[in-house]
Design a protein around this ligand. Structure first.
Ligand code: ZN
Length: 176
């Protein structure tokens, strides 16, 4: 009973396939003036009968105050090629912008390296503190050394002075 339904479904669909593929093989862009989607029409004029035209929906034939965008199939294909070339150029320019952005990104990585160097800086600060404390130790040692020196000097000076005084005393006694 259902066999008939299936056979009907399989045979349908091939009727308008040719028309659909003919109408869809060129993509519809937006009107460069109005920014609305262009429409594809089939001419009914005697001299261009059955030819495809791509036009702005605002374009009214014979009315110069309406949008003037209308192209024959050939003209429209040329227009699309120009558009694609322009877009490729924009894309390339965008690529350059992206390259610049990537360069900026790289400098951002540099900032990250700065962050790392920040860590290094912290380590250096820590080392400086250690050095400061070491210097403090050295200063302490120097002071101790200085004290030692003065004590040594004192230890040396006192007998030397004593000896000198003794010599002077002896000499004065001899002179008299
Ligand atoms: Zn338009």
């Amino acid at each position: 009973m259902r066999g008939n339904g299936i056979s009907i479904r399989a045979s349908s669909g091939s009727t308008s396939a040719g028309v659909v593929s003919q109408g869809n093989h060129v993509r519809l862009e937006d009107c460069p003036f109005c920014r609305c989607r262009l429409i594809c029409i089939r001419s009914k004029q005697p001299d261009t009968y059955n030819e495809l035209f791509y036009k702005c929906p605002n374009n009214v034939k014979g009315d110069p105050t309406t949008c003037g965008f209308i192209r024959s199939e050939l003209q429209y294909e040329i227009y699309l090629r120009k558009l694609d070339a322009q877009r490729a150029r924009w894309k390339r320019d965008c690529g350059e912008v992206e390259a610049a952005a990537a360069a900026a990104e790289e400098s951002k990585d540099g900032e990250e390296i700065d962050g790392q160097s920040g860590e290094v800086k912290a380590q250096i600060e820590q080392m400086k503190l250690q050095i400061d404390s070491a210097l403090g130790e050295i200063a302490k040692l120097q002071m101790q050394m200085g004290e030692l020196k003065t004590s040594i000097m004192e230890a040396l000076v006192v007998p030397v002075v004593c000896v000198c005084v003794g010599i002077v005393l002896v000499l004065t006694m001899l002179w008299k």
